[in-house]
Design a binder for this molecule. Structure first.
Ligand SMILES: Nc1nc2c(ncn2[C@@H]2O[C@H](COP(=O)(O)OP(=O)(O)OP(=O)(O)O)[C@@H](O)[C@H]2O)c(=O)[nH]1
Ligand SMILES: [Mg+2]
Length: 366
């Protein structure tokens, strides 16, 4: 992919009166998502209302205000902090004469940039097509109109001209290919189960430090020399699942798995497409919920993860909460382990705690 210059973005949000708090953290996060997609936020526009309007999501007056802002600042696109209906999106683009991208599309874009494994790519393409299908009016016009840049990734060049019928065909094809990959994965899972080792999955909000903790646990458990997973301040750095066998201080072996992070308002298309990855995460014997203790919004983010885990049907009793980034904070009351993946502080205690959980009576593996 060629490096294009940063696209200029105006972000727009609707603060619903009954949902103020969620809005603030979601909107603050939107800038990070725009950056992750290769853009730069040059202005923000927020409206407070009781509910969105059917035609243009924000009210008429606000659309006018946005229009003035666009004329003045000449952004490349506008990003809305919510999923727009196909009609709202079309109306807005026609009125504003500019590319309009919603939060869902933006997250799909980032996932498209990050997907590496075969399964990840198939899942992302599937989610993209499912998102685009109801948004196509003519024979593939809309998709090719998008041209490039934020809001257009994840569809191979050759697929830009697909019409609805072909998209449906491609969706079926992808589902079939994914089923095959899934069968393969089930096989691997059986093999792992046969080995009888407990599986511990790292879960948590994107950027909490799951991959850093994964690496730290791998080295502390004397597995240095193993290829490490990539750590990055960008959101959704990790998409693919990595599993390593590590040996805890007592000699107990476990399988540790690192995977995709979550975020509030994850697009349901994406969740559906990633279902098998998510199922695998929550089927682990234990879930190590990694929380960024230095994040002022850590409580809300914890709640997001708890809700996601609940939706996925994960057993709360399997969750071990660990607060990370201890090196960044002075004082913190942690109702669980407090560690720093960076400095190694608290890691021994965490490993002991994991061992205790594994060796609880009544818990059997395989
Ligand atoms: N100061 C400090 N920074 C940390 C610590 N752990 C992780 N980080 C930083 O936090 C950022 C995110 O770390 P990752 O390990 O990639 O986070 P992740 O949860 O795997 O993120 P995704 O894969 O995007 O979901 C990176 O910039 C890390 O260097 C820590 O203990 N202390
Ligand atoms: Mg990661």
């Amino acid at each position: 992919m060629t490096r294009r210059k940063k696209e200029k973005v105006i972000i727009v949000g609707l603060r619903l009166r009954q949902n103020r708090h969620n809005f603030d953290s979601s909107f603050a996060e939107l800038s990070g998502l725009v950056e992750a997609a290769g853009g730069e936020v040059i202005a923000e526009l927020v409206q407070t209302r009781n509910q969105p309007t059917g035609a243009s999501y924000i009210g008429k007056g606000k659309v006018q205000e946005l229009q003035h802002l666009i004329e003045e600042l000449e952004p490349d696109l506008v990003v809305f902090d919510s999923e727009l209906s196909p009609v709202q999106q079309r109306n807005l683009e026609e009125t504003l004469k500019i590319r309009v991208v919603d939060r869902t599309r933006l997250i799909l874009d980032i996932f498209s940039m990050r997907a590496r494994s075969k399964e990840g790519r198939l899942q992302v393409e599937l989610a993209n097509l499912q998102y685009n299908l109801p948004r196509l009016t003519g024979a593939g016009k809309e998709m090719s109109r998008l041209g490039g840049g934020i809001g257009s990734r994840g569809l191979g060049e050759q697929k830009l001209e697909l019409d609805k019928r072909n998209i449906r065909k491609r969706i079926k094809e992808l589902q079939k290919q994914l089923a095959a990959v899934e069968a393969n994965r089930q096989n691997q899972k059986k093999q792992r189960q046969r080995a009888g080792l407990p599986i511990i999955s790292l879960v948590g909000y994107t950027n909490a430090g799951k991959s850093s903790l994964f690496n730290r646990l791998c080295t502390s458990a004397h597995r240095s020399g193993q290829p490490q997973v990539t750590v990055n301040a960008r959101v959704f750095q990790t998409l693919d699942t990595t599993i390593r066998k590590i040996t805890l201080p007592s000699g107990q072996e476990i399988l540790l798995s690192d995977s995709v992070g979550f975020i509030q308002n994850l697009p349901h298309h994406l969740v559906a497409a990633f279902r098998s990855t998510l199922d695998e995460i929550i089927e682990a014997d234990f879930l190590l919920h990694v929380v960024d203790a230095a994040d002022p919004n850590y409580m809300e983010k914890m709640k997001v993860i708890e809700e996601v885990l609940d939706d996925l049907g994960a057993d709360q009793a399997k969750v071990i909460t660990v607060f990370n980034k201890a090196d960044k904070i002075d004082e913190f009351f942690a109702p669980g382990c407090l560690v720093s993946a960076r400095t190694g502080e608290g890691i021994d205690e965490l490993m002991q705690h994991i061992e205790q959980c594994i060796n609880q009576p009544l818990f059997e593996f395989g």
